[in-house]
Design a protein around this ligand. Structure first.
Ligand SMILES: [Zn+2]
Length: 511
């Protein structure tokens, strides 16, 4: 008997937590953060308290009420033993986006994580370079100890000689020496990482026979899975068919033929299909950059490495050099440990004027990247038409140091779907106005009595499959049952395919 239970992510974009079980043994497909649920209660400066472990998450039902979490995150005034415990043998992670991994760090540390080497390198690098919140500290974590005076309060273990705990990982394919070394490299001088067990999918036992397939999405390392047990289950994760790696997604779809259950993402089922591709983004952005004089800024999601490569190609075509942030460079170096590709070649790194440099930047990045690759704002200022700078709204403050006279701004990222983020574009435009930038990709128009961004198509391509492509994928696989997830419009599937099973969060399908 095979059971699929969607604990979370059925009717929203992200937060996937899907449990698949056979003979009382199971695996989770992703364990991401459900942004929609968090947003109900939280906003910037109002968030869950690390010192209370999973108390806040459980109280507000941000995570399923189950007995599967790290023991050190349970304060004295919370009893999770009253909740059902599951026999979770592993978590299969599809890719390194928060809505897929953001709650994974809360899970019992004995549960191994299955992921591609690229995804694991990114998880590690993201954690190294950010002030991680409990939950997204997947690659390694600081054990929490109850406070001496009040055991409802949990504190990070800061005792001398204490170590970070590394999780147990099962890689979807073989990994290199640099991979092993990086996973154990602590960027904090005082504290080492104690290795977890690391193996590959072929030499570790798992409850299903698990086949992993790299797929095309807006982050490298994205993986789809086929689980073979009493029945065959295919899980797409997030994927698309219009990027440079589309062929890989097609291979997965073909391999998944005749699966009994297809669990598929439907991000774009609530919007009308538009014609888009990474190739089209390249052409339109190239045209914009070719016309430009002065400084050019490209704004795209930091972890969209394919887009980064698109702009690197554009830069070289027009005789400019790409400049990225130190954080992006660190992530690229991490990716290199997984696949051996040096992506920082011929790229410069922006030298921020700041008082404190973290260890990852000071020691580890400088060890791997030549000092001459770091570029000072003054130098950019003196040769503004030589560079293509990868900046977004949060980097606008650095324009005060570069002091461009004029330039071009290419917005190559997703549209704002919420009112709150619309205000960000008004603010962004104020910065760009102050430095005489011409904007491509969006404009500010007065709509419904206030200024709003209007996005111009062709400068960005989604990370997700279109409705037409979903149709093709489903028809090719021809599964017995379709379970849509990662969508605000699951009914689209039911309206188009008679064998759709609509599961709400917490509902189970048994085969
Ligand atoms: Zn994603």
């Amino acid at each position: 008997m095979t059971k699929v239970r969607v604990y979370d992510g059925a009717e929203t974009i992200g937060g996937n937590k899907i449990y698949v079980e056979e003979n009382k043994k199971g695996v989770f497909l992703d364990f991401g953060m459900n942004f929609a649920k968090y947003k109900v209660y939280y906003q910037e400066f109002l968030f869950d308290r690390s010192a209370r472990g999973i108390y806040d998450h459980i109280s507000l039902e941000l995570i399923p009420r189950l007995n599967i979490y790290r023991k050190d995150l349970i304060p004295s005034d919370l009893d999770i033993s009253i909740f059902p415990s599951l026999n979770v043998e592993a978590v299969l992670l599809s890719h390194a986006h928060m809505d897929h991994f953001g709650n994974m760090g809360l899970l019992d540390e004995n549960i191994p994580i299955i992921a591609s080497p690229s995804t694991l390198m990114l998880l590690k690098a993201i954690l190294d370079t950010s002030s991680a919140k409990v939950g997204s500290d997947v690659a390694y974590f600081s054990e929490r100890l109850p406070d001496d005076k009040d055991d409802r309060v949990l504190k990070a273990d800061r005792r001398k000689l204490s170590k970070y705990k590394g999780r147990n990982f099962i890689c979807t394919k073989g990994f290199s020496e640099p991979f092993k070394e990086f996973i154990l490299t602590s960027v904090k001088k005082q504290k080492q990482i104690e290795a977890g067990h690391i193996c590959t999918i072929d030499d570790c036992s798992t409850p299903f026979e698990i086949k992993a397939f790299e797929v095309d999405h807006s982050i490298y390392g994205s993986t789809a899975y086929i689980l073979e047990g009493d029945s065959t289950i295919a899980y797409t994760g997030d994927f698309r068919l219009h990027g440079k790696r589309a062929e890989k997604s097609r291979k997965f779809i073909n391999e998944a033929k005749n699966a009994s259950i297809l669990i598929i993402e439907g991000t774009r089922t609530s919007r009308k299909d538009i014609n888009e591709s990474e190739e089209m983004v390249f052409r339109n952005c190239l045209e914009a950059v070719e016309e430009s004089k002065g400084l050019v800024i490209a704004d795209f999601s930091a972890r969209n490495f394919e887009r980064l490569e698109t702009f690197k190609e554009i830069a070289s075509k027009v005789g400019r050099t790409l400049i990225i942030s130190a954080k992006d460079a660190y992530l690229l170096k991490a990716l290199e440990k997984a696949d051996g590709v040096d992506r920082t070649k011929d790229i410069l790194i922006y030298k921020e004027l700041k008082a404190v440099r973290y260890n990852w930047e000071k020691e580890y990045l400088k060890k791997e990247i030549n000092e001459t690759a770091f570029i000072d704002p003054t130098r950019i200022s003196s040769e503004q038409d030589k560079y293509l700078l990868c900046f977004s709204l949060y980097d606008m403050k650095h324009l005060l140091d570069i002091r461009p006279e004029y330039g071009t701004y290419v917005y190559s990222s997703s549209e704002a779907f919420e009112e709150e983020s619309e205000y960000d574009f008004i603010r962004l435009s104020k910065w760009l106005e102050a430095f005489n930038f011409k904007i491509y990709g969006y404009e500010i128009l007065e709509q419904e009595g206030r200024d709003k961004p209007n996005f111009i198509k062709g400068y960005h391509a989604s990370g997700h499959v279109s409705q037409n492509e979903i149709r093709w994928a489903i028809e090719t696989i021809d599964p017995d049952v379709i379970i849509p997830v990662h969508t605000q419009n699951p009914e689209w599937f039911a309206n188009n395919f008679y064998n759709t099973v609509l599961l709400k969060d917490g509902q189970t399908h048994t085969l």
